[in-house]
Design a protein around this ligand. Structure first.
Ligand SMILES: [Zn+2]
Length: 326
């Protein structure tokens, strides 16, 4: 979906592909609501820095002189303004994350996107399948402790899509194409728990915040290098750096984090977390040679890396595992 360039981490901010259709997890973002928020926040951040830069220019830069100082101060100021905008902490892992969008805003965007996606897709009318996904989903949802979310679990009738997603606020959808790979309830629980973890960890909001940061830094660089002969070079480097350095590692981080959190959630819900290991092994085989959906693009953890990490986290997840009925 369009929105706040959810070309996002896979095609980060600046190098965004506008028509990138990504319904995989996190934020599939609504064009209208999210776009406006993005524009407003970017504009607001840029304006704040502009005023502060003018002030600093007149008081400091003239006195101290020099383009270098001006650039340095603008950079520091841009970072401070953006970092002060908000930090959050991820449940389970405790990682500190940049959050410039409130969770309520994020949930609103999630809801709009969910309605948009469901409006375009064909929902499965299979009562048995719907009951199964809802039953598993509700158990995972309960394990997260987020009773404030308005959880919804839908099945999209599309056998070609090996995919599932959870949007902020607990809006989950599973494509029928994923079912043969998921195999049983535990496999399906592993998929849903992984997607749910992305939402609980607010990866969508974090991704948006990173994009705002890149947008803000771009403005700052352009301003700071306004009369520099190297301006084009700086701007070019910034774009390249953003594409390969700034956002991509976060994307891998998000995947790993969702794997780890998801295994704990599924274990707490009464599903054997060892099923996650088997699931991702099957997924690696199923995805081979196929055009991969966004969840498994090449920027994501290599299959072997992922499997190794899952093996390492298994004991932690198993310590939360209480099989149902015991
Ligand atoms: Zn994921």
């Amino acid at each position: 979906m369009g929105g706040y360039s959810p070309a996002h981490s896979w095609f980060p901010g600046i190098a965004a592909a506008p028509d990138d259709v990504d319904v995989s997890e996190g934020i599939a973002a609504a064009k209208v609501g999210a776009g406006m928020t993005y524009t407003f926040a970017a504009w607001f951040a840029a304006w704040g820095r502009f005023l502060a830069w003018r002030w600093l220019s007149s008081f400091t830069c003239n006195a101290l002189g020099g383009q270098m100082i001006k650039q340095f101060l603008t950079g520091v100021l841009a970072l401070l303004l953006l970092l002060l905008a908000g930090c959050g902490s991820v449940p389970v892992t405790g990682r500190t994350q940049l959050q410039m969008v409130s969770e309520q805003q994020e949930i609103k965007m999630g809801l709009t996107s969910f309605r948009e996606i469901l409006g375009k897709e064909k929902l499965s009318a299979d009562p048995v399948l719907n009951e199964r996904v809802q039953r598993i989903g509700k158990r995972i949802a309960a394990a997260t402790g987020r009773t404030d979310y308005q959880w919804e679990f839908k099945v999209i009738d599309n056998d070609k899509m090996l995919n599932a997603f959870c949007l902020p606020g607990g809006k989950v959808a599973v494509y029928t194409g994923l079912l043969p790979v998921a195999q049983d309830d535990a496999g399906l629980a592993a998929v849903i728990a992984h997607e749910v973890a992305h939402a609980i960890a607010r990866h969508g909001g974090e991704r948006l915040s990173q994009e705002l940061l890149v947008a803000g830094l771009s403005v700052a660089t352009v301003m700071a290098t306004h009369d520099s002969p190297n301006r084009d070079l700086y701007v070019g480097l910034l774009g390249a750096g953003a594409a390969v350095g700034l956002l991509l590692p976060y994307s891998r981080l998000h995947e790993s984090e969702a794997d780890r959190m998801g295994m704990i959630y599924m274990a707490k819900a009464g599903y054997d977390p060892r099923a996650a290991l088997a699931l991702w092994q099957r997924m690696a085989v199923a995805a081979k040679g196929k055009s991969r959906p966004p969840e498994w693009l090449s920027t994501h953890p290599a299959d072997e890396t992922r499997i190794k990490e899952i093996e390492r986290w298994l004991p932690e997840a198993l310590s939360h595992y209480r099989p149902v009925g015991q």
